[in-house]
Ligand binder design. Structure first.
Ligand code: BES
Ligand code: ZN
Length: 474
């Protein structure tokens, strides 16, 4: 194994520039899943992937999950690309998952052009979330194949184009294919998260869930002139602002009664897991550009990121938001907020508590407007033990590439499919990140460092070699 892995590492080093060019090619496809006008690009990105994998000899199966209504338009959901590379009964089978859609990038000048900076940053939408990592798997196979190196495992893959928009349609496909396409899977690996800091790699064994809500307040039949109607009608926007202000206080404490009741208490054993991690408020404040951190202690910041629920307010549809002044009373507004959920919260209970609370608060306003709470999606949290041999393989691979033992982390973000795989395929799932804490996924100027991208391609390959020689039944 050592010989093959060394050769693989050398080849990755030699091909660095070519790999960056491949990243450039995919960043240029603006596969934004939340934008109806970009749906064709999302599909194009899925087709690009399928074609590249088929060129390598992988067997692919494209599944079109059906339709979706977005911005009043009926759209085809982008394809889920399932694939299989190698089918040797003597090898283990690893399933990898990733997403080829990206977040919108509204404030940037040229987000879909990859820019190589002198300090090693590769800036471009999707570079770290999640195009760099999904290319990692592809380039790993390509490199082995071109050099005639034995591929250590059978690789199955599942790439979707709707992750950033709630993975619509994917759960049903996984459940349906559990005994078909996914049959024989020994372990799962997902590379769709980030290191805790900028220098130390990690393995991740927990994610929060997310329950997303729209709070709609509707009043008159059309927008009104505030000079004529201000003070004489109940204004939807005023009601909405009152309601939104009740959800969470300015220190992040959720104000909805009962929401903390299902949260698991911190044990002494858990307390130890916050020791010796590569995480500091100084580094975090630098990444944030301004020190807006609520908590005094690092471990409290981590607890609020990983193991307590939080509530964020994202925006208001229908509100006036352009520069300049406009004296309008919007007729109908929709507030958007979400809760990140943790063990042992249940999305159904969360939705009940949120709805009951808002109805009660709305009744107190005595408004003649109409209010509706809509839960648009609810993905469950995932928490697993990091003692499984899959994590041992991930840790060995990390040491081989980076020369250090990885931190063990949980994450505040969500990848709902993680739990779907674990529950329906009955296998262990490892989250093995490529990017670093300051990559700015979902933010302006998303990047991946050249070092993380190139070493990350090595890491994913090394992991597959380690799985091949690790007893997964232990
Ligand atoms: N890559 C992220 C998940 C993530 C975020 C992992 C932060 C670790 C830290 C993923 O692409 C993502 O953003 N997911 C969405 C899921 C949601 C739309 C259901 C999220 O977390 O908001
Ligand atoms: Zn992602």
């Amino acid at each position: 194994m050592a010989n093959t892995v060394d050769k693989y590492f050398d080849l990755v080093d030699q091909n660095q520039q070519k790999f960056i060019e491949t990243l450039r090619e995919v960043v240029e496809i603006p596969s934004v899943s939340s934008d109806a006008s970009k749906r064709g690009e999302v599909v194009r990105m899925g087709e690009w992937l399928q074609a590249r994998w088929e060129q390598l000899g992988a067997q692919c199966k494209r599944i079109d999950p059906g339709k979706q209504i977005l911005e009043g338009e009926e759209l085809d959901l982008p394809p889920v690309i399932l694939g299989q590379y190698g089918n040797d009964a003597n090898k283990k089978t690893v399933l990898v998952y990733g997403h080829y859609d990206v977040q919108p990038a509204l404030l940037e000048e040229d987000p879909f052009t990859l820019v190589e900076m002198d300090d090693g940053r590769l800036v471009g939408r999707g570079s770290t979330d999640d195009k760099g990592p999904i290319l990692g798997w592809l380039l790993c196979v390509e490199t082995h194949k071109q050099a005639g190196l034995d591929f250590p495992v059978n690789l199955k893959f599942c790439f979707e184009g709707m992750e950033e928009s709630g993975s619509e349609g994917l759960d049903a496909i996984i459940i349906d294919q559990a005994d078909k396409w996914f049959k024989g899977t020994d372990v799962v690996c997902i590379s769709d998260n980030y290191w805790l800091g900028k220098n130390k790699p990690c393995l991740t064994h927990g994610l929060r869930g997310v329950s997303y809500f729209h709070l709609e307040v509707e009043g008159p039949g059309a927008d009104l002139h505030s000079g004529v109607f201000g003070g004489t009608v109940h204004e939807p926007m005023v009601d909405l602002v009152h309601l939104l202000s009740k959800l969470v206080d300015t220190n992040g404490r959720i104000q909805i009664p009962g929401i903390y009741d299902q949260v698991m208490p911190v044990t002494d054993e858990e307390e130890l897991t916050y020791e010796n991690l590569e995480f500091s408020h100084v580094a975090l404040a630098t990444d944030l550009k301004h020190d807006v951190i609520i908590h005094a202690e690092e471990r409290d910041t981590l607890k609020h990121r990983w193991r307590y629920p939080t509530l964020s307010i994202h925006g208001v549809e229908g509100a006036f938001y352009s520069p300049g002044d406009k004296t309008v009373i919007p007729a109908k507004v929709k507030g958007k907020f979400s809760l990140r959920t943790v063990p042992n919260m249940e999305p159904k209970r969360v939705a009940e508590l949120v709805t009951a609370f808002l109805e009660k608060e709305f009744a107190k306003l005595g408004s003649k407007n109409r209010m509706r709470v809509i839960e648009t999606h609810g993905g469950r949290w995932w928490y697993s033990s990091p003692n499984h041999p899959n994590f041992v393989a991930g840790a060995r691979a990390t040491e081989l590439v980076y020369g250090v033992k990885p931190d063990l982390t949980r994450e505040g973000g969500s990848i709902p499919v993680t739990l779907t795989f674990e529950e329906n395929l009955n296998v262990n799932v490892l989250l093995l990140p490529m990017g670093a804490a300051d990559d700015g996924a979902h933010s302006i100027n998303e990047k991946i460092d050249r070092r993380n991208y190139i070493q990350g391609i090595k890491l994913l390959g090394a992991y597959l070699h380690e799985v091949a020689v690790t007893d997964m039944t232990a």
